[in-house]
Design a binder for this molecule. Structure first.
Ligand code: PEP
Ligand code: MG
Length: 897
């Protein structure tokens, strides 16, 4: 960092493009200031300062001076001094990373209060209660976030005082009681830390700022980032903002609102308001809130100004905005805005509504939805015709149909989910410490808090089903039961929650496919039958955006399918061909013994007999497949896995033979032969052994039989008037010589069958690129291959040297934690390593054969991020499992924009 780098920006100096430096909150506060909206003045300390601090454990040298100068400007502008004994300026210190991480990091409000300025505040505000309430809040928040004192110590004391005073809410506490509470809280601080609560306002500010920096690396923030794939090195900005007060009496309050409904996407503003409350009270879901309609009745002037600002912000950002605001004695202040998080369904609906409102173009609409969101919309829903027992209905906070065993704490949720059980996390309200439980639960149910509570915001962000604010439910976490309208549900019992309607049902409700899946498989008309207007609007939105993606994309999308049934489904989901038919899947079940016989054959005659038995079975498979895919390219891959996979388990067989011998019965000759074969074929690293093309070269007749079956099937289909477009693919090639040798055999067989059948078949022969050597020598390989298909599963395995079967649990948890990568390279393509090999192979393959067809058939073919990479790398198509075909279509469209 340069010595004179600017580390502090006044709100008046920045704008919304500066999210890298100022974080999302800071950049948007600056933007609102620029727009002339009522934002309290303040300044932002940059993410660069945070990164410096996190790297070196100390702030950059010039930061102190820059903060002093910014503070001076703030004080001069307002004519008040931080922590002054008369009419003090107070500030909030709030985190704000580039990417929103709701509730994950720290905030301290009311910084600047001390034993003297509290009196000045009381005087200036003419409100003793307010001043002492603000001071106790400062000590409580500062104690928890800056000094790491468990929050219960403060909360318990607050509860005790409320009980002693005979009141139920903090608002009812008298100034004297609050003053006493401040003394108690200071005592807690002194007891827990061995020092007094800091009285120097500037020291409070510096410590709070450091606590915000440090909160970037708390466990929960790291967990959240890992889940959301947010890099760990962004750091957070810190926003210092002049306090305005929502806790100044009945004409004050604080709220959160959205310019559209973030849960459904419905047009019309939406929000929660809390009278006489401060900052985090709404999001924390501590008290139940009022709606915006109630707010309009209560304070029409502020409400109508808010409505005007909401309209202004939505036009300006051209998207759904969420807003935090405060009313201080009838004066409205904007504390935050950003383009708001929304559910998957809302994303599709809002994008198409904005097109219809002529706010954005269709291309922009496509950038507003993602393949992940489409995948979420494909989840099943509760069967509307199933009998049900409704227990209660609350707020529909994040859609989906979730069934699970009720658990009352995060740790139990994690533990039970690890046993493979579906759990439903039930809490009075959630807080950031519940994050892991929420990740592992199928759904979240809370009894307090609105649609903007922590539970709702976080659940929506992660696509988790959530019902919140179910006031009728009494959550007794201590005794691990909940009671609702006369029914008691204990931990471990099943509940079903519908995040689209807010309904909570007893037991397990059956689920049915979502209308989006009906649309994808059977078309628009079928999907619109019998659904309500919201669902119909959603389906139409998906249809419009997906069709636009299809018009826009350059990448074709095929499916990986091994049976006619899967192929048919894939075709209805929009697959433009089959990119990978794994023929080994055709040898499972009853047919396994035929391969076993082939492996055991010790002379040509018995081998030929085994192959002759396999041939008609394979041919019939291919006829069916080619019929289902008539007219579309169908890539059939020759056998790939090591042969021992078709033989019995070594240990079991060895035990069987040993037991038979020990009991004097003697093992059967068959078993002895089998055991010998298993032992002969044993490999320490079978994934690197006799598999793929190596089998084709080592087991005479095997590939020949498959090629014969494929070609005969194609001939049969052609003679029957079909349009078979089969392609034969050779796996695990590392050298062009392997391909030359195999092609000698293949080409001969194809020629012979064409001649015999009297049809001309155009059957391209290509190879998978799944070894680094193949990628590096692609120029030579393309001499013999008419197409390449990148097998990114094996290419990742062999590039990293990670075993794809073992590595995830053993190594990846630690690697993700340590930040070696933010996502498993088997899930999302490693662009720098594996991607570089792919780029090389694309380039070299085209040097030899300019028109060579290039595809991808590893799991990455259906991963949204990877699809974008493949688009840029210039491949022709991706191939993925049938259900991911619509996701890949959408992402390929987005990539082309
Ligand atoms: C691959 O390796 O990416 C591939 C598609 O083949 P398989 O997963 O069958 O090894
Ligand atoms: Mg492979």
């Amino acid at each position: 960092m340069r010595d004179r780098a600017q580390l502090v920006y006044d709100f008046a100096d920045g704008d919304r493009t500066q999210t890298d430096l100022l974080g999302g909150k800071g950049a948007n506060l600056a933007e609102m200031t620029r727009l002339g909206l009522p934002v309290p003045p303040g300044f932002t300390i940059t993410t660069e300062a945070c990164k410096f601090y996190l790297d070196r454990g100390e702030e950059p040298q010039s930061l102190r001076v820059q903060v002093t100068m910014a503070l001076r400007r703030l004080e001069d502008g307002l004519g008040r001094r931080l922590g002054d004994v008369q009419d003090p300026l107070l500030v909030s210190v709030r985190s704000g990373a580039k990417v929103s991480m709701p509730g994950m990091m720290e905030t301290v409000l009311n910084v600047g209060l001390n034993d003297y300025s509290v009196k000045g505040l009381a005087e200036a505000a003419k409100d003793e209660r307010f001043a002492w309430d603000s001071y106790r809040r400062l000590i409580q928040m500062f104690g928890r976030t800056v000094l790491d004192i468990p929050s219960e110590r403060f909360e318990d004391r607050l509860d005790e005082v409320k009980a002693r005073e005979g009141v139920t809410t903090d608002v009812e506490l008298t100034p004297v009681a609050l003053q006493g509470l401040v003394e108690d809280f200071k005592g807690i601080v002194a007891d827990a830390t061995g020092r007094e609560f800091p009285q120097d306002p500037r020291e409070q500010l510096d410590l709070a700022m450091r606590a915000v920096f440090d909160s970037w690396n708390t466990d929960r923030a790291r967990i959240y980032r890992r889940r959301e794939r947010i890099p760990h090195d962004l750091g957070t900005a810190v926003n210092i903002c002049a306090m305005v007060f929502g806790n100044m009496g009945e004409d004050s309050g604080t709220g959160v609102c959205f310019t559209r409904d973030p849960a459904t996407g419905k047009q019309g503003v939406y929000g929660d308001y809390l009278v006489n409350a401060q900052g985090e009270d709404v999001v924390a879901g501590i008290r139940n809130t009022l709606s915006l309609e109630d707010f309009a009745r209560l304070d029409p002037a502020s409400h109508s100004e808010l409505t005007r600002i909401m309209r202004r912000l939505e036009t300006h950002y051209r998207d759904l905005c969420d807003i935090e605001f405060t009313v201080e004695r009838g004066k409205l202040w904007m504390l935050q805005t950003r383009v708001g998080k929304r559910t998957a369904g809302a994303a599709f609906r809002i994008a198409t509504h904005l097109v219809d409102e002529q706010v954005i173009t269709r291309d922009e609409a496509l950038t507003r939805v993602t393949g992940h969101q489409l995948a979420q919309l494909m989840f099943p829903q509760f069967d509307p015709d199933a009998p049900r027992t409704l227990l209660t209905k609350a707020m529909a906070a994040s859609p989906g149909a979730a069934v699970g065993e009720v658990v009352f704490d995060s740790a139990t949720a994690v533990a039970r989910a690890a046993e493979g059980r579906r759990v439903l996390l039930v809490r009075r309200e959630t807080n950031p410490d519940d994050l892991e439980g929420m990740i592992h639960a199928t759904g979240v149910l809370t009894s307090r808090g609105g649609k903007t509570s922590h539970a709702a915001v976080v659940a929506r962000g992660m696509g988790r089903t959530c019902v919140c604010g179910a006031e009728e439910i009494d959550v007794d976490a201590e005794n691990k039961v909940l009671r609702v309208n006369g029914t008691t549900v204990a931990e471990g019992e099943l509940l079903s929650i519908d995040g689209s309607t807010g309904e909570v049902f007893a037991g397990e409700l059956p689920v049915v496919p979502s209308p989006v899946v009906t649309y994808l498989e059977s078309g628009l008309d079928a999907a619109l039958q019998g659904v309500d207007e919201e669902a119909a609007d959603l389906v139409r939105s998906v249809d419009r955006l997906l069709r636009h993606a299809d018009r826009t994309r350059r990448l074709a999308v095929r499916a990986n399918a091994d049976s006619a049934e899967d192929a048919t489904r894939a075709r209805s989901l929009g697959a433009q061909g089959i990119g990978l038919c794994r023929t080994e899947h055709m040898f499972l079940g009853d047919r396994r013994v035929l391969i076993e016989r082939l492996v055991l054959a010790d002379d040509a005659a018995s081998r030929d007999a085994a192959l002759a038995e396999l041939l008609p079975l394979q041919r019939a498979d291919f006829v069916e497949l080619l019929e289902a895919m008539d007219g579309l390219p169908t890539t059939i891959r020759l056998l790939d896995p090591p042969l021992h996979e078709f033989l019995p388990d070594h240990t079991e067989l060895a035990v069987k033979v040993a037991v038979a011998k020990a009991t004097g019965e003697g093992a059967s000759e068959e078993d002895e032969r089998l055991l010998a074969a298993v032992e002969r074929l044993h490999e320490s690293n079978p994934m690197l052994g006799r598999r793929g093309v190596r089998l084709g070269l080592l087991v005479p007749g095997l590939y020949g039989m498959q090629v014969r079956a494929i070609t005969e099937a194609a001939a049969e289909r052609a003679l029957a008037g079909g349009k078979p477009r089969v392609e034969i693919m050779v796996p695990l090639v590392g050298s062009v010589m392997e391909l030359h040798l195999i092609r000698d055999e293949i080409d001969g067989i194809i020629g012979e069958i064409q001649e015999a059948a009297g049809v001309r078949l155009d059957i391209p022969i290509g190879t998978m690129i799944e070894l680094p050597r193949a990628a590096l020598t692609a120029k030579r390989i393309a001499e013999s291959a008419e197409f390449f298909s990148f097998g990114t599963n094996d290419l990742t395995q062999t590039t990293w040297g990670f075993s794809r079967d073992d590595v995830e649990a053993a190594i990846f948890a630690a690697y993700l934690e340590k930040g070696v990568f933010t996502v498993s390279p088997f899930e999302s393509l490693d662009r720098d390593g594996v991607g570089a090999l792919i780029r090389t192979a694309v380039e070299k393959g085209r040097e030899t054969r300019p028109g060579i067809k290039l595809g991808v058939c590893g799991e990455h073919g259906g991963d949204p991020d990877s699809v974008h990479f493949f688009h840029y790398a210039g491949v022709d198509y991706v191939s993925c499992s049938p259900f991911r075909v619509p996701v890949a279509r959408l992402e390929a469209g987005r990539a082309a924009l």
